[in-house]
Ligand binder design. Structure first.
Ligand SMILES: [Zn+2]
Length: 91
């Protein structure tokens, strides 16, 4: 009796057991790679959310600064910031 080393299925023929082990190993590797990819995507989304939140906080602070002093802070001279449509974030 021969066994697949991955799923434990029994075979009479050692070649069939080896084939099953190979197929099961590739499937296990594929699942592991898929899980790693999902974890990376989840981390990316989490970090994007952190950046978005920090940016909204920044815009809010900048808006308060402008309201109190009548002009933007030096950090607001960044071309990206000055071109960014503030209305998109409801600010
Ligand atoms: Zn197997």
């Amino acid at each position: 009796m021969y066994k697949c080393y991955v799923c434990g299925k029994d075979f009479q023929d050692p070649t069939e057991a080896a084939h099953c082990t190979l197929v099961c190993s590739r499937e296990a590797e594929r699942k592991l790679a898929e899980q790693k990819q999902q974890a990376l995507m989840a981390e990316k989304e989490k970090r994007k959310s952190e950046v978005d939140q920090a940016y909204k906080t920044y815009l809010s602070l900048e808006k308060e600064y402008r309201k109190d002093y009548g002009y933007t802070s030096a950090s607001c001279s960044d071309p990206f910031v000055t071109r960014f449509p503030f209305s998109v974030l409801g600010l």
